[in-house]
Design a protein. Sequence first.
Length: 41
Amino acid sequence: MAARNTFLINPEGKIARIYTKVNAETHSEEVLKDLAILKKS
């Protein structure tokens, strides 16, 4: 069985966040929220 994983990469090319066991129904909202947080910092 395949596992969905997502990696959020910052502008410097470093991994900012790793998402494992992704729920396809809520994942995009979670990523957008984390992008907004990272953008502020």
